[in-house]
Design a binder for this molecule. Structure first.
Ligand SMILES: C[S@@+](CC[C@H](N)C(=O)[O-])C[C@H]1O[C@@H](n2cnc3c(N)ncnc32)[C@H](O)[C@@H]1O
Length: 354
């Protein structure tokens, strides 16, 4: 149709890829290497996109949500565990187990083979690939379920809800696109639906890499410098969910002295059996004054991106009197920092959470 990227355009994309590869080769190990690897992937993605037929690519782009839907159906069928250890699951095995139409299963599985999550095997059957292996872990499935069930419906409503509001950014007064679509905010909705909160709580374990990993900050090394006594509060993890990061910090640093407190909404704590060993739960609304006045570290992980600037500043202000009274306390904020340009899909998605 004459809309292919020109050969010059592809050459430019290959040049950009090679430049990014050289930057990766020269990057020292650690954060610089991670950034260089991410940039290389972005350039590789641009190259791959430039090779497609732009008209033909309109269709698969529209149907991207099919993939989350197929992952959810395979979860509902209880199939993921059957792929453990690299096992092949036969098509007929799935049909018999589910009572589904063979053609329906073929169509669902095709979504996953096309995305490289499953590989077609002779038989016919399916085997999980390295890309699909994360779904053998319940936390990734839970995050898929949470986003598909709770978030995507309000994303789908956004062409309407944004138009109704003149394409204005959400504010504390207007509420978020989730509220526009559902009449109340996500966190209060989950508070009155603890069963539904379980996927959110479990799904938060799904993102635990790079700068968001529990070991991204050297808690052991840094807190050892502070001479913390056993009865003092070492860390308060504000809105820390089920305490999974503090669990990791505790396990990685068993020598760490002092209490570790995780604060969150009561509904979040109701969605889990109890705090991990060595961690205490404290129900707390982070928009109210911080009740723990003497902790060595106050920690927010993956929180600020959920709120507009006014709310983010309102929740941080709850700590100001505490930090003024004891300036030796540390405030640690772990979140994604978005570049102005060349934003990847992960950051773009997280930044658009309604
Ligand atoms: C994106 S999750 C992050 C959880 C955890 N910090 C992590 O990194 O996995 C957001 C958390 O904020 C909590 N939250 C939402 N509103 C809150 C509030 N007003 N006070 C305290 N926690 C809140 C939710 O219950 C949820 O656990």
């Amino acid at each position: 149709m004459g809309s292919f990227t020109t050969k010059d355009g592809i050459t430019a994309a290959v040049d950009a890829l090679n430049t990014a590869m050289r930057a990766l080769e020269e990057a020292p190990a650690g954060a610089d290497e991670a950034i260089a690897r991410r940039n290389l992937r972005l350039e590789a993605t641009k190259l791959a996109i430039s090779l497609g037929d732009p008209n033909e690519d309109v269709w698969p782009r529209i149907f991207q949500v099919n993939l989350s839907v197929a992952i959810e159906i395979v979860t509902n069928l209880g199939l993921w565990d059957a792929f453990a250890g690299g096992a092949t699951v036969t098509l007929m095995g799935v049909v018999e187990r589910s009572g589904a139409d063979e053609m329906m299963i073929i169509r669902i599985m095709q979504q996953l083979t096309a995305a490289g999550i499953l590989a077609d095997m002779p038989g016919p059957g399916y085997r999980v690939t390295s890309v699909g292996r994360p779904y053998l872990d319940q936390t990734h499935r839970a995050f898929n379920s949470f986003v598909l069930q709770e978030v995507i419906p309000s994303v789908c409503a956004m062409p309407r809800t944004l138009a109704e509001r003149g394409y204005k950014s959400p504010t504390s007064d207007s509420g978020t696109p989730f509220k526009w679509a559902n009449g109340e905010e996500l966190w209060t909705f989950l508070g009155s639906h603890p069963q539904r909160a379980q996927n959110m709580v479990m799904g938060m374990k799904s993102l635990n890499t790079g700068s968001l990993a529990g070991d991204a900050y050297p808690f052991g090394e840094e807190l050892a410098k502070l001479d913390i006594k056993a009865d003092e509060v070492a860390i308060v993890d504000i809105a820390g969910g089920q305490g999974h990061i503090m669990d990791e910090v505790h396990k990685l640093n068993p020598q760490l002295k002092g209490r570790i407190i995780v604060q969150d909404l009561p509904s979040t704590f109701e969605a889990v059996p109890g705090p991990p060993k060595g961690v205490e739960f404290m129900p707390y609304d982070m928009f109210t004054p911080q009740p723990v006045k003497d902790a060595h570290v106050y920690y927010y992980r993956h929180i600020l991106h959920d709120w507009n600037d006014t709310d983010a500043s309102r929740l941080l202000q709850q700590l100001v009197p505490v930090l003024r009274a004891q300036p030796w306390s540390k405030l640690l904020i772990v979140d994604m920092v978005l570049p102005d340009v060349n934003v990847g899909m992960l950051e773009a998605g997280d930044n658009a959470e309604p």
